[in-house]
Design a protein around this ligand. Structure first.
Ligand SMILES: Cc1cc2nc3c(=O)[nH]c(=O)nc-3n(C[C@H](O)[C@H](O)[C@H](O)COP(=O)(O)OP(=O)(O)OC[C@H]3O[C@@H](n4cnc5c(N)ncnc54)[C@H](O)[C@@H]3O)c2cc1C
Length: 395
């Protein structure tokens, strides 16, 4: 069996690796002329680490990343801290894997190296998907330069503006959520000593929140700041921003937040996109994975992790269904649709939890955090995510 994958991001590469490891041939077609991830951080929760371990790359990634000791909430103005999760020892005790914070290019490079070790010529660059064709015996990826690439199956891993999804199901790109995220990377050594701890912090306040965590063996601090009620006019999903504009968005926030903004060598602004989960992914010999089918707000930090899980489950379904590929794709979709839809809805509902008006003062925040972020509600909202085992879940 040969699977054609459109899109060589984290999702496409994870699927390619999962398939090659099960002896299924793969060709990846990526529009960019070089393989590149955004220079930013990514959180890989225990379910993601478990899936990466089943792909044989967890140890390599762990060596490049950072496993912070804990995650905590900080109040936007006073900086008061409340513990959220222990990310190291107790994550391992509870879920079998830690919670890593990773530099995105390290993750993509690790996946690409593993794919190329199994099939050196699997990845084709400068190859932009423009459409598809299929019949009872094969699926064809049509490239913008007119080439037609045939395989037994075609997977759209081409991100939130997926051409493959829009060709299958009609144009249904996610829409601007009204929220903008600022992203920057700060060399750890330039931060004041008290800000260099290996801790993930989520600063929460009415209408906005700021996430910071260490990356790349602790050499970099990742800065991600989200604010509501913004306007987005650019055609692209991101654009350069200025430190002054970011400081004005977070005026009145704690001095540590202002310090991170001032010390960021550059800052990019991202439009956050949102959409209700789509109801169907697969048609005949074509299906979807990653943001192409479950684009999400990043407030559960699960978009990429779920795209890695997709690849593992897809490969298991295809391995079991080599003689009936279209049925195997339906089984893959059934195994993944409910979980990914719950994840997308959960991320949306975290918007209000991170940005509640009750966070205005320390007194009201204290009561709010006890109610919404105590041990029990956290377990209800996160255990089902972190305990999932893509390699062994029923399919
Ligand atoms: C601010 C922010 C923070 C986030 N934090 C986290 C986090 O901590 N943890 C987490 O798990 N997730 C996080 N996410 C979500 C995560 O980034 C995405 O879910 C993930 O990158 C999706 O991977 P993908 O491979 O499906 O899509 P993409 O990363 O978008 O990759 C798609 C690939 O397809 C290529 N492509 C596009 N169109 C075509 C075409 N026509 N032909 C060929 N190739 C094409 C693109 O060039 C790209 O390489 C975050 C997102 C944001 C915005």
């Amino acid at each position: 069996m040969k699977v054609i994958i459109a899109g060589g991001g984290i999702g496409g590469m994870s699927a390619a690796l999962a398939l090659l490891r099960r002896g299924i041939d793969v060709e990846v077609y990526e529009q960019a002329s070089v393989l590149k991830e955004v220079g930013a951080g990514i959180q890989i929760s225990p379910n993601g680490c478990r899936a990466l371990d089943s792909l044989g790359v967890f140890q390599a990634l762990k060596a490049l990343s950072c496993d912070p000791v804990r995650k905590e909430f900080r109040l936007w103005n006073t900086g008061k801290a409340w513990p959220l999760f222990d990310l190291g020892k107790s994550a391992i005790e509870k879920y079998g894997y830690p919670y890593l914070t990773v530099y995105r290019p390290d993750l993509l490079d690790t996946l690409v190296n593993a794919v190329q070790a199994l099939k050196p010529d699997a990845i084709h660059l400068g190859a932009c998907a423009a459409g598809l064709k299929q019949d009872d015996t094969r699926a064809t990826l049509v490239l913008a330069d007119g080439r037609e690439i045939q395989g037994d199956l075609l997977m759209g891993a081409d991100g939130w503006r997926s051409v493959i999804r829009n060709t299958l199901w009609g144009e249904c790109n996610p829409a601007f959520s009204g929220m903008v995220t600022w992203r920057g990377l700060i060399p750890m050594e330039v931060l004041p000593g008290h800000m260099q701890a290996h801790v993930g912090s989520t600063w929460i306040g009415p209408g906005a929140h700021v996430v910071s965590y260490p990356l790349h063996r602790g050499e970099i601090m990742n800065f991600v700041a989200t604010i509501e009620n913004k306007i987005w006019t650019a055609n692209a999903g991101s654009e350069a921003g200025t430190i002054e504009e970011c400081l004005s968005d977070f005026a009145g926030w704690h001095e540590d937040v202002q310090t991170m903004i001032r010390l960021a060598p550059s800052l990019l602004k991202w439009a956050l996109m949102k959409r209700e989960p789509i109801e169907r992914w697969s048609l005949g010999r074509v299906s979807l994975l990653g943001d192409a089918c479950h684009a999400t707000l990043p407030f559960l930090a699960q978009g990429a992790v779920h795209s890695i899980e997709d690849g593992v489950v897809l490969a298991r379904c295809l391995e079991q269904g080599l003689s009936m590929p279209a049925a195997a794709l339906q089984r893959y979709e059934s195994a993944r649709l409910e979980r990914t839809s719950r994840m997308v809805r959960g991320a949306t509902s975290n918007t209000g939890r991170f940005h509640s008006p009750e966070l205005a003062t320390e007194a009201s925040a204290e009561l709010y955090l006890q109610r919404e972020w105590g041990a029990e509600p956290i377990a209800d909202r996160y255990d089902w995510l972190y305990a999932y085992d893509a390699e062994n879940v029923a399919i």
